[in-house]
Design a protein around this ligand. Structure first.
Ligand code: HEC
Length: 167
């Protein structure tokens, strides 16, 4: 709290700081947008995909099924089982989850589900960011070519991915 009335010098200083802050934000904006936009990327590196497959088989397959085809083939979008628990959806593109940007995929895996009746837990203590990205790389390697194209188009349209992005 200022105990005295702000002097002219205080006001000039504040105005100067405000203008400087605006300039700094304008100056760095292209860089951070670029970084954020490149955060998603389909990793096609075979070593990463193999690591992702190993992790998937160990941690995820029990619920999400063989080759991410879902807990119940007849319920690729998830839903509820007969006990009222969430069904693990397909992650191979037949469910609906594929349209999320990559940061959402990573967050869902890191944090798990907020729903009480869901068995999808948080994986951030068990897996590093690199491992989580690798699991997603494995899952994306199961998507058919058209789906990857559709995903890329969607991300460009939603301004998440720059138009020149290539896998
Ligand atoms: C014990 C069962 C179980 C295991 C193990 C499990 N999941 Fe899940 N997962 C679920 C369920 C159930 C849901 C649906 C959650 C909800 O809607 O609340 C889900 C949801 C998800 C979603 C969000 C899908 C969407 O449509 O939004 C992703 C991504 C996901 N899981 C990835 C993984 C990965 C990767 C692993 C392995 C590291 C894994 N899960 C392990 C049960 C599981």
């Amino acid at each position: 709290m200022l105990l005295r009335k702000p002097s002219k010098a205080d006001i000039v200083l504040l105005a100067f700081l405000a203008v400087t802050a605006v300039f700094v934000v304008i100056a760095i904006e292209p860089y951070w947008t670029k970084i954020i936009k490149q955060q998603w990327y389909v990793y096609t590196d075979p070593g990463r995909i193999r690591l992702g497959e190993k992790l998937y088989l160990t941690y995820c397959q029990d619920c999400h099924g063989h080759k991410a085809s879902g807990q119940f083939p007849e319920k690729p979008k998830g839903g509820l089982d007969e006990l009222g628990k969430q069904v693990a959806p397909a992650l191979d593109g037949t469910g609906h989850s594929f349209h999320h940007p990559l940061n959402v995929w990573h967050r869902q895996i890191k944090k798990g589900s907020r729903l009480k009746n869901s068995r999808m837990k948080s994986w951030e203590r068990r897996m590093s960011q690199y491992e989580i990205e690798s699991v997603v790389a494995y899952i994306q390697s199961l998507w058919p070519e058209e789906l990857l194209d559709q995903y890329q188009k969607m991300m460009v349209e939603r301004n998440i991915l720059p138009p020149q992005a290539k896998r």
